[in-house]
Design a protein around this ligand. Structure first.
Ligand code: MN
Length: 285
């Protein structure tokens, strides 16, 4: 099942290039008063909403996906987790390029651990990326994003995928510089998630997905998640050994080689096998 959020918080079931407005199903979510529970309600309740979503779709006429503005399929993640230097060839290019490494030694994820991107950075593809600090290099990083479906701590490797609700495409946009990653990668709109959530049952093996990113039609990044240093299970095991994972938490799994600058006016197209493609326009903030 493919679920999108679009046009002012509507919920859509995506089939091919069409979507079915199933927003009414959100009435089945619990009503809350302050303080809100941790996690994203839609993701936390996804399993029991699947039948109502299918039933709702049967009663409406479809709309072309291309005619709507896609928002992040996760509205309220508790945290957005990043995986630094999780592909060997990206490490190699970072070591070779002073504009990436800023005179720091570039190790791999087993040395750095993880980082967090601010939730306020989260957007969907329809909102685009608004670049700040245009005197500095702003890079694209295309990544497979795993969306956590249930609460877990110290999750074992061989059970890790049981905790995944689904997958999406992530863009871990980055301003290069000497500051901590959590700052440079948390600018408003620097966490793009989309085009929709594909439920985990549709992705047989998240560690064998071809993916790529083009800028203005030119291929910049092309890899396969088989090249991940920490694969999806290991990222979940490792992250949950530090903090409790909750429904709606997003893990951006890391970017392969080919990172490079974007400028206002550029159009990025990110594609992940088994998920789809998303088009993201870059503008000045
Ligand atoms: Mn990244």
């Amino acid at each position: 099942m493919r679920l999108c959020r679009y046009d002012g918080d509507r919920l859509g079931l995506v089939r091919g290039d069409q979507l079915y407005d199933v927003t009414g199903v959100t009435e089945l979510l619990p009503a809350h008063r302050w303080p809100l529970p941790a996690g994203d309600d839609l993701i936390a309740n996804l399993a029991r909403l699947r039948d109502p979503i299918e039933a709702a779709a049967a009663g409406v006429a479809p709309t072309a996906v291309a005619s709507v503005s896609l928002l992040s399929p996760v509205a309220n993640p508790g945290k957005i987790i990043g995986a630094p230097v999780n592909y060997k060839k990206h490490q190699a290019e970072a070591i070779a390029d002073r504009e990436i490494n800023y005179d720091t030694d570039i190790k791999t994820i087993d040395r750095y651990g993880l980082f967090l991107k601010a939730n306020s950075a989260l957007v969907g593809p329809g909102e685009g990326v608004a670049l700040r600090f245009n005197d500095r290099r702003n890079d694209h990083e295309v990544e497979l994003a795993a969306i956590i479906g249930k609460t877990g701590s110290n999750i074992p490797y061989d059970q890790a995928l049981d905790y995944v609700a689904g997958y999406a495409i992530g863009l871990d946009m980055t301003v290069r510089g000497p500051e901590d990653r959590s700052l440079r990668k948390s600018i408003d709109s620097y966490a793009v998630l989309g085009p929709w959530l594909v439920t985990a049952d549709e992705i047989a093996d998240p560690d064998n997905l071809d993916f790529d990113l083009t800028v203005n039609g030119e291929v910049r990044q092309r890899s396969n998640t088989a090249a991940l240093i920490f694969d999806v299970r290991k990222l979940i095991r490792y992250a949950s050994s530090f903090y409790t994972l909750q429904p709606g938490d997003v893990i951006m799994t890391g970017t392969p080689e080919g990172v490079g600058p974007v400028d206002p006016g550029d159009t990025m197209v990110a594609t992940v096998d088994g998920i789809g493609s998303m088009t993201v326009v870059v503008r000045a903030a």
